[in-house]
Write a protein of this length. Structure first.
Length: 327
């Protein structure tokens, strides 16, 4: 993979991959691994944020926490989908949102934090929205790829030694169960806005000592309850086309097909689901021609695949964050 942009170059790509490996790594640590100064990394980071849509944020891992994770597909009255999508994007329990089907369909992921929140959305708000004509809900059962596994890792932008030098070291906390306590909420509120918030910033937000903040952060990350993720405009990499794939397999082939998808370069996320299809995947490619080549080639050749429907995104409304136009 190479940057296909007049603004960004291969060093920017390496900085992006370094942040996927460890979003909280200091600029000096990233610079030492990449062989450049920390000032250079800081400049590239600021430009990627300003012009490449880069955001580094903490994400609660619903699968590790044993919480529900749903993908919803809404068919809407023409011209109403953008406004409904914007309203959904402002909800803290939506993780990504895209417009498809010429702008009459909304596809989004949601992680309700309780059964009450789930029922409020699925049984309350959405059915009572008059311009929503149809709702299909898919509950995630098993993640094959995505979450803490970044898409750029598939392209070996960094060497194995560079990745090892960047990986966070959490120590013995890895033995602790994945759990978020009520007193963690002020800490996570800051990290969900800025995954690179400093320890003093977190200390001020939580009222805890800096050492207590460091210990709790290490525990949350090591247990897998929380991970730091990055979003950016895939267009700057030369991959402007993304589509959700609704895949139906035979029951016996479900796990085998999911594992195969996880190894495909085109797949940024894949999960087994309960719903109208039993695998949902997100493909990111260079063009619609490449999407066709993938559907008719690597995906089409997988034994056990019975049906595939592709929903190319017309526009991605939300990835991990929903920044206002002023940001």
């Amino acid at each position: 993979m190479r940057m296909e942009s007049d603004t960004f170059d291969d060093l920017d790509l390496r900085v992006l991959d370094a942040l996927e490996v460890n979003g909280r790594a200091s600029f000096s640590r990233i610079g030492a691994v990449l062989g450049v100064s920390d000032q250079t990394v800081a400049r590239r980071y600021r430009r990627l944020c300003a012009e490449g849509g880069l955001r580094v944020v903490a994400v609660r891992d619903a699968q590790r926490l044993g919480q529900d994770h749903w993908t919803l597909r809404l068919r809407c009255v023409p011209d109403s989908a953008p406004a409904i999508a914007d309203a959904l994007a402002k909800r803290p329990d939506t993780s990504w949102i895209g417009l498809a089907a010429g702008g009459t369909e909304i596809i989004f992921g949601t992680r309700p934090r309780s059964a009450g929140d789930r029922d409020d959305l699925l049984l309350g708000k959405l059915p009572r929205t008059p311009r929503v004509l149809e709702i299909h809900a898919h509950q995630m059962l098993h993640r094959f790829y995505g979450g803490p596994s970044g898409w750029l890792r598939k392209f070996a932008v960094l060497s194995d030694d560079e990745v090892a030098a960047l990986r966070p070291r959490h120590g013995t906390e890895a033995r602790e169960p994945a759990r978020i306590e009520p007193e963690d909420e002020p800490l996570l509120a800051v990290l969900e806005r800025d995954g690179r918030a400093t320890h003093p910033e977190l200390q001020r937000a939580t009222g805890r000592s800096e050492s207590a903040v460091k210990r709790r952060l290490a525990s949350l990350f090591a247990s897998g309850a929380v991970y730091v993720d990055v979003e950016y405009h895939s267009e700057i990499l030369g991959y402007p086309t993304a589509a959700v794939l609704w895949i139906t397999t035979s029951p016996a082939a479900l796990h085998r097909v999911g594992q195969a998808l996880a190894a495909h370069d085109e797949i940024a996320h894949a999960a087994a689901t309960a719903g109208p299809s039993n695998i949902i995947a997100t493909a990111v490619v260079r063009s619609t021609a490449d999407l066709y080549a993938y559907l008719s080639g690597p995906l089409g050749r997988l034994e056990g695949v019975q049906h595939v429907e592709a929903s190319p995104f017309l526009r991605r409304v939300k990835q991990l964050t929903y920044p206002s136009p002023a940001r």
